[in-house]
Design a protein around this ligand. Sequence first.
Ligand code: SF4
Length: 323
Amino acid sequence: MNLLPQPHVLVSKCLGFASCRYNGLIIHSDFVEQLKPLVSFITVCPEVEIGLGVPREPIRIVFADGKSKLVQLASGRDVTSEMNAFSMHFLNSIKDIDGSILKGRSPSCGIKDVKIYPAAEKSASLKKDKGFFGGAVLEHFPDLPIEDEGRLLNAKIREHFLTRLFLVPQIKNLMAQHSMKELIAFHAQNKYLLMAYNQQEMRVLGRIVANLEKKSLDMILNEYQKHFLSAIAHAPRYTSHINVLMHAAGYFSKELNKEEKRFFNDYLKKYRENKITLSSILGILKSWIVRFNNEYLAQQSYFKPYPEELMELTDSGKGRDEI
Ligand code: SF4
C-alpha cells in the first residue's frame, strides 16, 4: 500500500497547543493528540490575535436588527470588525491547508452549534449558528474537510473527516504531477472508495479518465479534481459501505471456509445494526488481503484511507445518524 502524505491542518490553538481560553485553560483532545505525529498543524487563536488577551471577559454573538455582532459581555465592547478583519487577513495568508479542526461552540471558532443571543446582557439564546472565524473558514475553504472537536468524537464523522483529510493532499499532488499515467493509477486505486462514496460521480470520473472527447490534460485534471472533491463531500451511507464490503469479500469466496464466512456475515450484521464501526469490519478484510496476497485489493485506498494508528481511536458511542 502506498505512503500517505502529511496533511496541513488549521487548528484552534486551545485544543492542546496553548492555554488561551478566556479563563486561561487549555482543552485536551485525544484526537488532536493522536494526529500530532501524522499531520502538520497550523495553530490559531483568533480572540488572542485581535488583542483580547488571556484571561479575558467572554464574548458572545448577539443578533439584533437583522445583524450578528461579536460583543464582549462585561464591557459591551463590539469586536465584530476586528474579528472580520483578522479572519480575512489570516485566511488569505494561509494558502496550503488540507483541512481544519476548530473548537466547537465558541463564538469565534465554532462551525455550527454556537449559541446566538438577542442581547449582550443575561438572556436565553435565540438559535445556534456558526462562529465568526469558523464561518469565515467554511466560506474560504468550501471543498476542504472542516470539523469541530466535539463532532469528531463520533466514529462516523471522524472516519469521513480523516478519509477526506488524507485524500485532499493526494489530489493536490496529482494535479502537480500533471500526468495521465498517474491520473489513471490514482483513479484505479480509489475505485472502491468512490464506489462507497458516490457511484454517480464514480461513473462521471471514469468518463473523464477515459477521455473519449480527447480534451487537453489540463482540462481533464481540473474536471477530475472538481468531481473527485464533490464525490467525497458527503459521507457514504452505511448501505453503500455494506455493498462495497460484500463486493470485496466476494474475492475470497473460494478460499474461505464456512466458519470464516459466517464470522464475516455476523460482523456485517453488527455493522448494519450500528453496533460496530467500519474500521472493525475493514480489519477482517485486510487480514484476508494479506493472507491470500490479493494485490488488486491491497492497492485500494478504501482499505487504508488514513494511517492505521488513527483507526484505533475508540468511538464516543454516538449514532451514525448524527453526521
Ligand atoms: S475557541 Fe478559538 S478563540 Fe476560543 S480560545 Fe480556542 S482558539 Fe481561541
